[in-house]
Design a protein around this ligand. Sequence first.
Ligand code: SAM
Length: 424
Amino acid sequence: MHKQYIKMLVCPSCHKELEWHIQEENEDRIINGKACCLGCNSEYEVKDEIAVFLTNELSRNDLWDQGESALEKFFKENTEIYNKLMNTPEEELNGADYWYKATYFEMKRDFATSSRMFKNAFKKIYTEDYINGWDSQMEFVIKNLQGEEPIIDIATGKGYLVEKILTETKNYVVVTDFSPTILLRNKEYYKAKDLYQRVSLIAFDARKAPFRDNSVVNMTSNMGLQNIEQPGEVVKELNRITKDNFMSVMFFINKDDKKHMDLLEKLSTTAYATKENAIETFTNSGWNIEICNSFLANIKPTPVSEIIEGSGIDGFPIEDTEVEFCVIKARKQESLEPSICKKISSFEEIINLEASKLRVVLAEFSKTDIVKASMGASPQVNQLLRDAFQDIDFNKERTEIGSVRITEVEDIYDKIVALINSRL
Ligand SMILES: C[S@@+](CC[C@H](N)C(=O)[O-])C[C@H]1O[C@@H](n2cnc3c(N)ncnc32)[C@H](O)[C@@H]1O
């Protein structure tokens, strides 16, 4: 891990400061050492340049760990299958088997062979639309990266996006994942490709990040968010650490695609399954977002192996369908602090907000709702609303609205209170 990140790191559990004990280092990097939390005494290790900030609080389903060791064991125990896979000419292998053969060479760290095979296998597994749709999003992210600040990539996995960033920009990149196994593979892979110089590797769970509040200027994720099981409030956590920009490559199913919606619900969550759900999840977690570079793609179920019985590539989709690839460009919503820094329990408490901030927060409410809210409010809150919305003629609007049921006004209050609390 490059030493420049020390100042951004805190304990992922309690967010208190860390005391660093460096055992081995070079000019730029910590090679071996540990960081001890001064708040809760948790210890985090840096081993062979990989920092591990995993906590015991969240369970992890590390598929990389299970995958590599399971495949190796399987081949050892099933030499006939192994021989068939190795002796079948590449052009005769179907997509799934080609992928397994490539995985074998990757396990052996023969990256030249595995990279070539993965590239070919990809074309046999995914539709042209899928490949073009995904590629187009990665290109979009690269074009829209700003400045020279390091990029923190969330749930990097094998790092297709990171590889492009390293090749096409001069930025430093922090490669992250909750799997130390994939980070070790990435270290060796980037070294083999001569791309390691600008890479740091930090293992952590995106739901409990080891970065301090507002410390990350550039954050990316490439199909990472949608692969997080039990994501909970992950985008809220990412909002906590970000100072500015987050670009996340996504693909959405159509909201009327019930079959896939049910499947995703069973597998993990639907919080990011459709564009509508993702907009709601991000907005409620403190982000302003734009959906960019939409690309509609026809996709098909991925092949199952002809050699290794019962195994396949992806569980999604289960039938031909259309998905929308895009990039979510997210920026932190303007913070309400310091005028309000704790949750409010009634609408009248908005009196503690500055007019300019209230205007930003209530931007998504209609003019009519704002005027209706004013109709049940105290004179002080009325004045605040008038200061915040000087473009609204409250008297004229009230006359046009006439009388309003108190339950309707209370409903608007509840929505406003919930929105303000979600932004704190
Ligand atoms: C499909 S990969 C993402 C693709 C990748 N970003 C790329 O550019 O190639 C999803 C990754 O998310 C990681 N992951 C899943 N849940 C996570 C979590 N809670 N925190 C961090 N990483 C997580 C998995 O280990 C996996 O490597």
